[in-house]
Structure formats: structure tokens, C-alpha cells
Design a protein around this ligand. Structure first.
Ligand code: DAK
Length: 264
């Protein structure tokens, strides 16, 4: 079911609570221009306010690319001031994407270069199609990454490996992406959407509040030392005990039946 119509973005809900966003400029390999970023911002704002949303999947239209980067044609003539505005808008958008309360998975079909790799890195984890190619080629264009790549890549994979990829612009195929911890798994390209939906349904079968609390603890804890991070986990753990889902989940276990979660 298509739930919203944009020019450069498709927003579908293939299963209740499962949202699939498809970057949709296949003729330009889904390169991110300002119009596309504005539509993505709109979709993310909507998802942030949607209590029924259980998981978000992001992919690219066509067989060749997830997103081949920021739109080079549009970027070419930016003044330094306009480049800062462009970069800070996208930076805010990617932070909002990361802050979505439900898990967000990137389904990377083909090229994820520059801003495309950065978009995938702003998702919670990456499922790669066997034709996926990741890279930060910006240095070859005479610029550093502008959408958080120099910060998120070393937080996702080993920092030295990240710097290697950032300063050489070397591209990494799906199997290497898994080996270095950039992607979680590789699947056949024609199975990517189904695998994404399968993972999203698995998430959706769990306690919705618990899933959100886990993501919040995981996300907030990453920038803290272990003691502070565990204190956040304790607070969030306690919150779960104010929900009907906690009673239901434990009662269902003891009664040897499947839980019926209500999301509260
Ligand atoms: N932007 C605009 N158009 C693109 C594009 C891109 N990033 N990537 C591909 N296209 C277009 C091509 O121009 C071509 O258009 P037509 O000629 O058909 O009109 C069409 O998509 C098909 O591409 P190719 O003909 O090149 O297809 P190939 O299979 O031969 O090659 C490729 C595929 C992905 C290897 C190649 O297209 C390629 O190298 N693309 C560029 C990849 C790249 O360098 N991406 C990184 C872009 S830089 C910042 C903010 C953000 C960023 C930086 C700074 N601040 C505000 C400071 C982010 C930067 C980037 O993402």
C-alpha cells in the first residue's frame, strides 16, 4: 500500500507498521538533491510521530543503486555559505533519522557512495544485496564527506579502517562490507526486499515499547561511559514495568502461550 506520494521518494506500508522508503530518482542513481532531502525530511517527521510504526526500511529504486551520493550537478556550483547550509540541513536530517524511536534498516541494493553510504550509516543496520558497493569517494571530487561520513564510519567500523576508506576513496563490495562490520549480512539482490520485511516483521512481533526502549538505551549509551550508559538502561528498564506489555509478556511465558502485545 502506498501511503504518501512524493516526486523522489516512495513511501509504502507493505505490512501493518512496516514502512518502506524508496529513494526514487533511478535515472540519476537516486542521487540526493535538495528536493529529495526535503521529502525524506517530511517522511521522517511523519514516522517520528507515528506510534503504530514498528520498523522502517530504506532502499533505492532500480537494480543499480541504493544512492550514488549527493547530487554532484546540484553541488557543483555551491558557494561556501550554501555548502554549509546544505550540509547542516542534511546533517540535521540524518540525526533525526537516527533518533527515530523504531529500528531503521538500510537495504542497500547496488551503489551506496558518498551521501548514499552516509545515509546507510545513519540507519541502525545495513542489509547488503550481493551487488552492493560502499564507498566515500568525496576526496576524488576534492571535498571531504559532508553528511557525517567522517564521523559515523569510524563509529561503525574500526577507526583505522574507516580512515583508510575515507582518504583513499576505495570502494568495498558486499562481502568485505560484512567482514569489516559495515553491513550485517548479504543476501541475493532479488531477495533483499523480502529479507528486509522478514526482519521488520520479526521486530514487530516483539513488545513494541521494549523495542523502542532497547533502541533508546543503545543509542544514548553509545556516547557515554559504561556506568552512565548502564544507569540509562536501568531507568528505561524500570519504565517497562509501568506497561501492560510487561505483564502480558511475562504472563504469556508462564502460561506457555504467545504474548498479545498492545504497545503500552
Ligand atoms: N550525482 C548526480 N548524478 C549522478 C550521480 C551523482 N552522485 N551518480 C550518478 N549520477 C548520474 C550520472 O550522471 C548518469 O546520468 P546521465 O549521464 O545518464 O544523465 C546516471 O546517473 C547514471 O550514471 P553513470 O552513467 O555514471 O553509471 P555507471 O554505471 O557508468 O557508473 C557510478 C555508476 C555510481 C560508479 C557512477 O555514476 C559514479 O561514480 N557516480 C558518482 C559517485 C560519487 O562520486 N558519489 C559521491 C558523490 S559526492 C557536502 C554535502 C554532501 C556531500 C559532500 C559535501 N557539503 C554540503 C559540503 C556528499 C558528497 C557526495 O555524495
Amino acid at each position: 500500500m502506498t501511503t504518501a506520494g512524493y516526486q523522489n521518494l516512495l513511501h509504502e506500508e507493505p505490512e501493518p507498521g512496516i514502512h518502506l522508503l524508496t529513494m526514487n530518482r533511478p535515472k540519476a542513481l537516486n542521487a540526493l538533491n535538495s528536493a529529495t532531502l526535503a521529502e525524506l525530511a517530511c517522511a521522517i517527521t511523519g514516522l517520528a510521530a507515528d506510534a503504530s510504526a514498528r520498523a522502517v526500511l530504506i532502499t533505492g529504486a532500480g537494480a543499480k543503486a541504493f544512492v550514488a551520493g549527493a547530487d554532484i550537478g546540484e553541488m557543483q556550483t555551491l558557494t561556501p555559505e550554501a555548502a554549509r547550509t546544505f550540509s547542516s540541513k542534511a546533517t540535521r536530517l540524518f540525526l533525526e533519522l537516527e533518533a527515530l524511536p523504531m529500528p531503521v534498516l538500510a537495504l542497500v541494493n547496488g551503489y551506496a557512495l558518498g551521501g548514499g553510504c552516509e545515509l546507510a550509516l545513519a540507519c541502525d543496520w545495513i542489509v547488503a544485496a550481493d551487488n552492493a558497493v560502499f564507498g566515500q569517494p568525496e576526496v576524488g571530487l576534492g571535498i571531504p564527506p559532508g553528511f557525517g561520513g567522517s564521523q559515523r564510519l569510524p563509529r561503525r567500523i574500526a577507526p583505522g579502517k574507516a580512515l583508510e576508506l575515507l582518504v583513499t576513496g576505495r570502494q568495498v563490495k558486499a562481502d568485505e562490507a560484512v567482514a569489516i562490520g559495515l553491513a550485517n549480512e548479504v543476501v541475493a539482490a532479488d531477495a533483499l526486499r523480502a529479507r528486509g520485511i522478514e526482519l521488520a516483521l520479526l521486530i514487530a512481533s516483539k513488545g513494541p515499547v521494549a523495542v523502542r526502549l532497547v533502541k533508546e538505551a543503545w543509542r544514548r549509551g553509545q556516547s557515554l561511559d559504561l556506568a552512565q550508559a548502564c544507569a540509562i538502561e536501568s531507568d528505561l528498564f524500570a519504565l517497562a514495568f509501568a506497561t501492560a506489555d510487561q505483564s502480558e509478556g511475562m504472563r504469556a511465558f508462564l502460561e506457555k502461550r504467545a504474548p498479545r502485545f498492545i504497545g503500552g
